[in-house]
Ligand binder design. Structure first.
Ligand code: BGC
Length: 817
């Protein structure tokens, strides 16, 4: 049992009490336009809007030691020359004590060495494009301390991809300016004249450095900068090479004295028509940023800004708070899982310890699912996001699998043909409607592929999504899989006559006959949702048509998608079943079991229960449910990328955490609360905190994957933070296990709890009204709500009709023996 910290539930912080965590344990700063990643040792980087194109500071991914590049401070005892990093990295000099508190959009790192304490708070104020580092240095000795404090950042030359590769140019383009103690980084300003960074300090400077080699010294690293070692900055002004920003401040502290030093790192953009500069001037418009800098170097502004940030989070999270018998559930639902959902909203899949910030854009499928986790927190932004995503859809109903947020163009090398993509739009929109009841969104004009003049209603986009599947049915009447479905790596149309041909070629998809049982299940779910939406619009005939299509597909699944004890996964290019007892490997996959039961397939005839029992027997592990079994022991060209992974990792039988909540939800649909909750706890990061040495990723957020039972590192997590796992787990626990589920006609209260619980209480803001909910249940009983009282009056069923905005509604749900 190894922990590296603990949860402070009162302050909503994770407190890391030793710096050498198994991996950098990170947090995110910023929630609007300016963002940063920050690790528990102050590693990370910052960017404005786009992690690739507007990166302020440099970061070295996949480096040794890990996590180099950060918001580093150095303290030096000028009496004896001893120096250290108060965040431990990069000097790694021993600290007498150390604590990192990751909170909601801020991080605080505190430590002490030799009687000198330093505490730094890092955050991005709301409404600003800058970050504040507020450092407080305290002399705990009984004699005066003469200290030097050095700040440091290494500037990235904006385009992170170019910065990491194009040295023949970049070693000559770097430019800075130092004016009135403020370091301005203005590389690229010459030709583009529109953006620069600034790095300022609240104290008078003893010196500064802006050229990396001058600060570090030749052949030295960030662990022992020459300027720090010598106790004086060199006042270097970078011309080319590697611009950095470093301030040198001298502090003379009486015994017990605390001094506050504030640093501000910011991004500024001059409008193109800014009359300040003559064309191609090298003079940046500092007058625009000086007032901002002055304001944020002021202690009172920082205190206010930080309070505003805390209030902001109180408001965001206040809409759903629960108190259950399980502390791990409470802290994930109330704080961390919701927070992670917001981070996926902001960052999509762009920048983490596992995503370099230069690769992927927005995923059509990913973003629609992320929405499920934050629509109740920021419905207006969810609305914008839906319209944004839908506008990238094609007239065929197909979608770019990924698109760049700025250009809205698809990433060509990834291409289309992920045949599950369009259906996620229906599920995303329906989640929005259920949460908000705001149906006017369906009439919003939305173009296809962002082409002006091609606008149709959002509702019509949903109709196209559904017909996209129906227009592409395969030999068994199941949906064609295309390049892949949810499982990006199951590439069944990649059969190649030529051994050794790469498996990812679009030609192979055209005419490919491989079919997906997963999409079939997803279609049934989406068709039923669309039917309800159609009814909302008075289109009863259409609704009946969609329900009939769902019914027909259900029949097809039962006929061709059932393997005897579980749902099959797919049919390959040749029509052979995948995920079937007939296969030697990959006999059972988790995805169709979850999705088919979610869609209601097999509920009446017992197939659902059998499928879920098979999941428990064959795919369950103490660390979660693996994706398939048996793992592929060798590469199969006809299956594609899935079998390129070694057994137990990623899609080849890893615990792909995204799929686990589908099983949790499916179990609640069958009323099996103990099983649902058991699966929930297996992957709940907080519940895994005690095995942090095995899990290795942050215990406060979900990771995409935990190594499966076939892997030598079974139980080890990877790819934390930016994953659809966040949204789906949030949905599973809040909507299905706790059962607080928005529907088109109101808020359903239909918990399916573990027998050991005696109930729970919750506050849920829904369509502007506040529901104070108490669920009571005798311990030892599993079962559904038998009585539902709304403001004291019993109602039929489990859906509470929406109360007027502003109202407070008391709800009592009782499960009787
Ligand atoms: C992708 C998802 C995909 C999943 C399974 C993730 O990396 O973001 O879109 O569904 O992998 O292949």
């Amino acid at each position: 049992m190894v922990r590296y910290g603990h949860f402070d539930d009162r302050t909503r912080e994770y407190v890391i009490d030793r710096p050498d965590t198994p991996l950098p344990w990170i947090n995110y700063l910023g929630s609007e336009a300016y963002f940063g990643l920050i690790s528990n040792t102050a590693g990370g980087y910052s960017f404005y809007r786009d992690a690739r194109l507007r990166r302020l500071t440099r970061y070295r991914y996949n480096n040794a030691p890990l996590d180099l590049g950060g918001r580093y401070l150095y303290l030096r005892d000028d009496a004896n020359g001893d120096y250290w990093s108060p965040s431990w990295q990069p000097t790694q000099r021993e600290l007498d004590d150390y604590e990192c508190r990751h909170g909601l959009s801020y991080t605080r790192i505190a430590s002490a060495r030799g009687g000198i304490r330093a505490e730094t708070l890092y955050f991005v104020p709301l409404g600003e494009t800058l970050e504040v580092w507020r450092t407080r240095v305290t002399n705990e000795r009984d004699t005066t301390a003469e200290l030097s404090l050095f700040s440091s950042v290494e500037f990235c030359l904006w385009d992170a991809q170019d910065d990491a590769t194009n040295f023949q140019r970049n070693f000559s383009t770097g430019q800075v300016e130092v004016d009135d103690g403020v370091i301005y980084h203005k590389t690229e300003y010459r030709e583009r004249r529109d953006h620069f960074a600034y790095f300022a300090c609240s104290e008078p400077l003893a010196g500064f450095d802006t050229q990396r080699e001058a600060f570090l010294g030749a052949y030295r690293g960030w662990d022992r900068p020459a300027a720090v070692e010598q106790g004086s900055a060199t006042d270097s002004v970078a011309a080319g090479w590697s611009p950095i920003g470093s301030h040198h401040v001298r502090l003379s502290l009486a015994p017990g004295e605390t001094r506050e030093v504030i640093f501000v790192l910011g991004y500024a953009e001059n409008p193109r028509d800014d009359k300040f500069d003559p064309p191609h001037s090298q003079t940046i418009n500092k007058s625009r940023v000086r007032p901002t800098i002055a304001r944020w170097l002021d202690s009172a502004t920082v205190t206010e800004g930080f309070t505003a940030l805390t209030t902001h989070w109180d408001r965001l999270l206040g809409g759903l708070q629960v108190s259950t018998p399980d502390a791990d559930t409470d802290r994930m639902v109330n704080v961390w899982n919701a927070y992670q959902c917001m981070v996926t909203f902001n960052l999509s899949r762009s920048a983490s310890q596992f995503e370099s910030g230069i690769g992927r854009g927005m995923g059509f499928r990913d973003s629609n699912q992320d929405l499920l986790g934050f629509v109740h927190i920021i419905p207006e932004r969810a609305r914008e996001r839906i319209l944004d995503i839908a506008a990238t859809q094609m007239a065929t109903g197909g979608a770019y699998h990924q698109y760049q947020p700025l250009t809205k163009r698809g990433n060509n090398d990834i291409g289309d043909g992920f045949n599950d993509d369009p259906l996620w739009l229906i599920l995303g929109v329906s989640a929005y409607l259920k949460e908000t009841g705001e149906a006017t969104i369906l009439d919003e004009p939305v173009p296809f592929d962002n082409a002006p003049g091609s606008e149709v209603s959002l509702y019509e986009h949903l109709v196209r999504s559904l017909s996209y599947t129906l227009d592409r049915l395969g030999p068994h009447g199941l949906p064609l899989i295309g390049r892949a479905d949810w499982n990006d790596c199951l590439n069944l149309n990649c059969f190649s006559e030529t051994p050794g041909e790469p498996f990812q070629t679009t030609e192979n998809v055209t005419g490919g006959q491989a079919e997906s049982v997963f999409i079939a299940g997803q279609f049934v779910l989406a068709a039923k949702e669309l039917a309800s939406v159609a009814e909302l619009r008075g289109l009863d005939e259409k609704a009946a048509e969609y329900r009939a299509a769902a019914e027909k597909m259900t029949g097809t699944i039962v006929e061709h998608g059932w393997d005897g004890e579980w749902f099959r996964r797919a049919y390959d290019f040749h029509g052979n079943p995948i995920g079937s007892g007939e296969n030697d490997e990959g006999q059972i996959f988790v995805e169709p079991q979850g999705m088919c039961v979610l869609a209601g397939v097999g509920l009446d005839d017992g197939l659902a229960a059998r499928a879920l029992d098979s999941v428990g027997d064959r795919l369950g592990t103490p660390h979660g449910v693996v994706l398939q079994q048996p793992a592929y022991s060798r590469y199969h060209v006809e299956l594609g990328e899935i079998s390129t992974y070694p057994p137990g990792y990623k899609e080849n039988a890893g615990i792909f955490c995204h799929t686990n909540p589908w099983i949790m939800i499916a179990e609640t649909i069958l009323g099996r609360g103990d099983r649902a909750f058991d699966y929930y706890r297996r992957i709940n990061p907080s519940a895994r905190e005690a095995i942090s040495d095995v899990h290795r990723c942050e215990p406060y957020v979900y990771a995409q994957m935990i190594a499966g039972k076939d892997a030598p590192t079974h139980g080890e997590a990877k790819n934390s933070w930016l994953t659809g796992t966040a949204a789906w787990n949030f949905v599973a626990i809040t909507q299905w296990i706790l059962g607080l589920r928005p529907e088109l006609d109101g808020l359903r209260v239909d918990p399916v709890l573990p027998a050991a619980w005696n109930g729970f209480v919750a506050t849920r803001v829904y369509r502007g009204a506040t529901y104070e909910i108490t669920v009571r249940k005798p311990i030892g009983v599993s079962g559904r709500v038998t009585r539902l009282l709304v403001d004291g009056a019993q109602i039929d069923g489990t859906v509470i009709p929406p109360a007027p905005a502003g109202a407070t509604v008391r709800v009592e749900a009782v499960v009787e023996r």
